[in-house]
Each structure stands twice: as structure tokens, then as C-alpha cells.
Design a protein around this ligand. Structure first.
Ligand code: PAF
Length: 270
């Protein structure tokens, strides 16, 4: 990978990297297309990173569709599919602890201890191996992008991190590799997450932050199979929860919901 890309870099070519954990769907493909438009060379990585899973069951059941993924990458015009083994990425345990600060302490950081440190480990390794001009991440994992920006700043990576809009199914469900684990009944109910978030934007116009959070939580929980883990409205840059709309010009609501035993996340800008 390094050798191939060193040559491209020497020719003055720009490199776009799309890191993924595979089980590719149209959301991922939209990242590839954006990278394709903006760079001379596109690299996609497919690696289910064990260090970011704090739940072994989640790691074991994470969908793996390597062959189909490579076909989709070729069809999307990706130049290099980088599909390393765990041994190649972690020849020895990665003991690095990143000082990710407040952006990584709330929401996913609080619920999934060690998760963001694992994301920082793998993404820093990928940035180091690929040395991309730009790297592309989907906004479904809204907080993850802030954490990666922080890691890149800490490590002094000279690249542009490009945040790309959430891709949704026709019924509004945010595309996710985990959606395939929903039963048909759960799949029918799951779009209620986005519908509720979208309707909360109207509600928020004449309600407080606290009332808006309660509205979303109560509404989503009223559906069978659905259990909200958290709903927080945060400043979209610092990720810190707000209690008053006047605290930020960029309020974003971030939700995590268990639909049966499938953990789904989504977010909305107010
Ligand atoms: O968002 C993901 O799929 C993963 O967290 C990432 C960024 C590919 C790192 O493993």
C-alpha cells in the first residue's frame, strides 16, 4: 500500500481515503463517489477493527461480506481496496492511549468505554499508512468525526477530514451495516427514529431543550421493540450538551436506540 501510494504522491496526485468496516451499503458508496470526484486516487479500507468494540458479541456478530464489498468498491471506481488482516494492522497489541479530551467523553464515549480510543488507534494507523490528502467519514457517526479531527490535530496529520451527509433509506432509516440484523418487524418500526427526530425540529421552535429531549425519548420509546439509550442535544463542534438553545448556533441532537438487540444511531441538526 505504502509503495503504491508513494509513487502516486511522487507524481503529485491527490489521494482520497474512505475507511470502512465493510458490509458496504449505499451510504458507503456515496463516500466513495465523493472521494472519486475530489481526488486523483481513491483508497478504501475494509477492516473490522477489534480494538473499537467494547462488546465482544457485537464484534462477533458484525456483518462480514468481504467478497461482495470488493465487487462494490470496483464498481464504484475505487483504485485500491485495502483489506488487511488483524495481524497486519496489530502485529502486537496497540497500547496507545489518546488524549481525546471532552469531545470523546460524552455520549458514545460515556456509553462505550474505550471505543473512541480504538477508533483513534485504527484511523491513525490508516492515516499513517495511506497518508491521504483527504479522508471521508459519514455524519451518521457524528461524534466520531469530531474525535477523529481531535486525533488528527494531536498527531499532526496534514490532511482534510471531509464530513459527508447521512444516506437514508426511502423510509428515512439511516443506512447502517447493522440494519441487516433487524427482524422484518423491527425494520418496519426503525424509521420511527428519523421521523421523530425530523418532527422534533418543528417542536423545538417553541419548546425548551429539555422538553425537546423528552418529546423525542417518549415518542421513540412508545414504539414496540424500541428503547432509547440516550438522546442529547449538543453543540455540533464541541459535542458538549446544551441546556439552552442560545448556547450554540449549531445544535445537533444525537440519539442511540436499541431496536431489539440492534444498537442504532442517528442525529439531526436543529
Ligand atoms: O465508522 C466506521 O466504520 C469505523 O469506526 C471506522 C472509521 C472505519 C474505523 O474503524
Amino acid at each position: 500500500m505504502r509503495e503504491a501510494l508513494d509513487q502516486k504522491r511522487a507524481q503529485g496526485k491527490t489521494i482520497g481515503l474512505v475507511p470502512t468496516m465493510g458490509a458496504l451499503h449505499a451510504g458507503h458508496i456515496s463516500l466513495m463517489e465523493r472521494a472519486r470526484k475530489e481526488n486523483d486516487v481513491v483508497v478504501a479500507s475494509v477492516f473490522v477493527n477489534p480494538t473499537q468494540f467494547n462488546n465482544q458479541q457485537d464484534l462477533l456478530t458484525y456483518p462480514r461480506t468481504e467478497e461482495a464489498d470488493c465487487e462494490k468498491l470496483a464498481a464504484a471506481g475505487v483504485d485500491y481496496a485495502f483489506v488487511p488482516s488483524v495481524e497486519e494492522i496489530y502485529p502486537e497489541p496497540d497500547t496507545r492511549q489518546f488524549d481525546l479530551g471532552p469531545v470523546a467523553e460524552v455520549m458514545e464515549g460515556a456509553m462505550r468505554p474505550g471505543h473512541f480510543n480504538g477508533v483513534a488507534q485504527i484511523v491513525s494507523k490508516l492515516f499513517d499508512m495511506v497518508r491521504p490528502t483527504r479522508a471521508y467519514f459519514g455524519e451518521k457517526d457524528f461524534q466520531q468525526i469530531a474525535v477523529i479531527r481531535r486525533m488528527a490535530e494531536l498527531e499532526g496529520f496534514d490532511l482534510e477530514i471531509v464530513a459527508c451527509p447521512i444516506k437514508r433509506e426511502d423510509d428515512g432509516l439511516a443506512m447502517s451495516s447493522r440494519n441487516v440484523r433487524l427482524t422484518p418487524e423491527q425494520r418496519e418500526i426503525a424509521p420511527a427514529i428519523h421521523k421523530t427526530l425530523a418532527s422534533s425540529v418543528e417542536w423545538a421552535k417553541d419548546h425548551t431543550v429539555e422538553d425537546t429531549i423528552k418529546y423525542v425519548v417518549d415518542e421513540v420509546n412508545s414504539f414496540p421493540h424500541m428503547q432509547v439509550e440516550y438522546y442529547q442535544i449538543v453543540d455540533g463542534r464541541s459535542m458538549q450538551p446544551i441546556t439552552d438553545w442560545a448556547e450554540t448556533d449549531y445544535p445537533v441532537g444525537c440519539i442511540t436506540v436499541y431496536c431489539g438487540d440492534v444498537r442504532l444511531i442517528d442525529n439531526i441538526k436543529y
